[in-house]
Design a protein around this ligand. Structure first.
Ligand code: F6P
Length: 535
């Protein structure tokens, strides 16, 4: 599938990105995509017009447009779970009907949204009270898709918060819930138990611990619990009455669920109006994705750049580097979105895939990462395509000089990766510093940067609810396009099952209620060590 592109890549082997700019004064314009005041610049890659044509041909030959339309039309494209994939319906505020098996899902979606809004506003205004009065703190208990999205977006949009404080507990490690609840007043805390299935062991364990914590001071703890789940029978068993259970359909995947009830903490933090702006941003990206020709389609081009680097050039990872401290959790969010979606080993048809599927995604906000792992990105022997993102304007007008420095650093990194520093330049530097002879060459060698390292930059005006909605939807659709071209199912996650099964088997072995006879020697030895050190 990638043969033609691989042969073009081989021909380009000796080409420098810097030369591509020298040969074409309009390269920056030609190799960027704009949408609604955001620009995705992919000019600092080795993608040429021929490469782009071949990538677009590949997208055509893999029926990306038809697959996209099937998703938006509510077809059961998640074939291994026989489900539609319709997180886009949750933000279809201005759209028409969306049919699943002939049934329009929009009345339900809009009804749930209105219900969430009224609950969120009740909490924010103090109409909904805890035993001790108006809610001051909201604790979201969930993991994976029931945690990463709201946590990431709540941090991202902190300048817009005007509601109760939001906290997040995900890890089954008791340290997480202990540290989160410390200092909170149970009588004015609302607990949101967020779990699509309402069976996830981490979430259920934390929810029980939170209920016990609240029961210490609150006579009716269940009155200060709400659930977000598709499993209404299980929420009832836990004791949360149906009037405080916000449901969503099985066609919303966990890692795509921020747009509906799972987004409740965000809605409580920023208010229903701003949450609608967030949804409208994502909806605008959906419209762009559906109706823009592939070569000017931002999610399509971001996906094609990703495939070029991972599948064609063979770079095993990609770094996501937001120059925004408030996007500190975006890399973790994107790790789930990209790696749980496209980390697969068989095609939709169940046959083994040849070659790589999804890359390893990792990152940290800039400028912090510069003082940690950028050394390897600049001079290590592996090439790491970098995806920079930055807002032109910050939220702290009185600290505009901080923001200028932030933007300067972001742009400097992509320039440095591309340009590098030659041996001649390094020699000149070291000569100036007084070195000569063998020592001059030895010192200079350490200061050479190979350059010609690819990066993209997503630049936008300001990190508002609308922009964040667009950025998340951009990445969701990027994942979709990459999966569609690879021919895999981006919407299941069977790879997380085996570990869960084995953990369930191991828990009684650790407690001594079962023996570890069937386990391997290493696991038995680790169990023995842990048992010796339990209290
Ligand atoms: O571990 C995999 C997973 O199923 C994710 O896909 C999901 O986001 C997470 O667990 C949490 O699941 P739930 O919302 O059902 O608790």
């Amino acid at each position: 599938m990638f043969e033609k592109l691989k042969s073009i890549a081989a021909d380009l082997a000796g080409r420098d990105i810097v030369d591509l700019f020298a040969q074409d004064a309009t390269r920056a314009e030609k190799f960027s995509v704009g949408f609604d005041d955001m620009v995705l610049d992919y000019a600092k890659t080795r993608i040429t017009a021929d490469v782009r044509t071949a990538l677009l041909d590949l997208a055509q030959s893999c029926d990306v447009a038809a697959k996209r339309d099937a998703m938006f039309a509510g077809q059961a494209i998640n074939e291994t779970e026989d489900r539609a994939v319709l997180h886009t319906a949750l933000r279809n505020l201005d759209g028409g009907p969306v049919l699943v098996e002939g049934q329009d899902v929009m009345p339900d979606v809009l009804h749930t949204l209105a219900w969430l809004e009224s609950f969120a506003e009740d909490v924010r205004s103090g109409r909904f009270k805890g035993q001790g009065g108006a809610i001051t703190d909201v604790v979201n208990i969930g993991i994976g898709g029931s945690h990463l999205g709201p946590e990431m977006a709540c941090l991202g949009l902190r300048p817009y918060h005007d509601g109760p404080r939001c906290h997040f507990v995900s890890n089954v490690d008791g340290a997480d819930i202990t540290d989160t609840l410390a200092g909170l007043d149970p009588t004015t805390t609302l607990v949101v138990v967020a779990s699509k299935t309402f069976t996830t062991i981490e979430t259920m364990t934390n929810a029980e611990t939170a209920r016990a914590w609240m029961a210490g001071e609150v006579s009716d703890p269940a009155a200060q619990f709400v659930a977000v789940s598709t499993a209404q029978d299980k929420t009832a068993q836990f004791g949360i009455p149906p009037e405080r259970v916000f449901g969503f359909a099985d066609w919303v995947g966990g890692r795509y669920s921020i747009w509906g009830p799972i987004g409740l903490p965000l809605m409580i933090a920023i208010g229903a109006d701003q949450f609608r702006v967030f949804l409208a941003g994502a909806e605008a990206m959906d419209t762009h994705f559906q109706h823009t020709p592939l070569d000017r389609n931002m999610p399509v081009m971001l996906a094609l750049v990703g495939l070029w680097h991972h599948q064609v050039c063979g770079y095993p990872t990609r770094a996501v580097l937001p120059y925004d401290q408030r996007l500190a959790r975006l890399p973790a969010y994107l790790q789930q979105l990209e790696m749980e979606s496209n980390g697969k080993r068989v095609t939709m048809g169940g046959t083994a895939l040849h070659g790589a599927t999804g890359p390893i995604v990792w990152g940290e906000p800039g400028t912090n990462g510069q003082h940690a792992f950028y050394q390897l990105i600049h001079q290590g022997s592996q090439i790491v395509p970098c995806e920079f993102m930055v807002a032109a304007k910050g939220h702290e007008p009185h600290l505009a000089h901080h923001h200028r420095l932030l933007v300067a650093n972001c742009l400097a990194q992509s320039e440095a990766l591309m340009r590098g520093r030659s041996m001649d330049e390094a020699l000149a530097l070291m000569r100036k510093a007084g070195f000569e002879g063998d020592e001059l060459h030895r010192q200079a060698a350490h200061r050479v940067f190979p350059g010609n390292r690819p990066s993209t930059t997503l630049i936008y005006d300001h990190l508002s609810p609308r922009r964040l909605g667009q950025i998340i939807a951009l990445y969701e659709h990027r994942v979709f396009v990459e999966g569609a071209i690879l021919g895999i199912n981006s919407f299941d996650q069977w790879g997380v099952e085996l570990g869960k099964v084995l953990a369930t088997e191991l828990e009684p072995i650790l407690s001594g209620d079962a023996d570890g006879a069937g386990k391997d020697g290493s696991t038995r030895a680790l169990v023995a060590y842990a048992r010796q050190h339990f209290d």
